[in-house]
Design a protein around this ligand. Sequence first.
Ligand code: ADP
Length: 299
Amino acid sequence: MTPRVVVAGSANMDLVGLAERLPRPGETVLGDDFVMIPGGKGANQAIAAARAGGKTAFLGAIGSDAFGVTLNARLDASGVDMSRVRTSYGSSGVAVIMVDRAGENSILVSPGANRSFTGLTDDETATIAAADVLLCQQEIPLETVFAALRAGRAGGTRTILNAAPARDLPAGLLDEVDLLVVNETEAHEITGGAVGGDVMAALLALVPRVVLTLSGAGSRYADRDGADAHVPAFRVEVADTTAAGDAFTGALAVAWGEGRDILDAIRWANAAGAACVRKVGASSALPTRDEIESIYHAA
Ligand code: ADP
């Protein structure tokens, strides 16, 4: 069964400039190469879900500028249904990223059109309600995340929240979440610093199911029915860990939407994360279903 996945989230154009060192305030530094790549957690996870084999639609707002044209084209070419995306007059979301030779970076995110993604339309609400899985992150207005999760819950759609980046959430938002996906930093921020085994317990007080991603150590899963399991990572040669979390979360939405057992879905998502870190790049490193399968079955 091909699951229908809806991602309601952000899209940014990442403008990445490389230089020997980062400029100090007021200083101009002559740099090296420049690349422009689609980014934003929403767009990345939509691409990840589409490549992983989900019938994926993106809901969000993209600017009327040249970046918007490129963003639309790139997501469309990745197999994401962009037919319901809003075009917002003005700038698209942009991340201006400077990276030095040591890999240190400085990032300025200008949310642009993402900020205008408010007030879900009837069509957007119906699209969410008709899906098998809804996937949200926290780079758009939280009232929209809340409304999308409510629409999912009301329609019987499984709701996944990747609580990234960590933000203070409106009361009640987490009540609409079926599965929370967080890394260790986000878990720490949400629970206000619970440590060790207490982190999962603290998160389960908020949501019924939790996946904690542990980078090279894989993931941990716990739920209110008493499950608590470590799902080990696949061993691969690491080239670049950028977007591993997006690859993982997009693939998890697809696998869970296919009706797989949750621990098997997490194992499959670990394979997607591993496939992503083998390659240099952000959205360009998000793996296809075949790449995920080859790692999943090789172990
Ligand atoms: P984030 O990028 O959101 O911080 P993580 O770094 O925890 O997320 O990575 C997400 C998932 O990607 C992990 O749960 C794991 O399955 C996979 N992954 C990340 N780093 C590695 C690695 N070095 N080797 C194998 N798998 C990895």
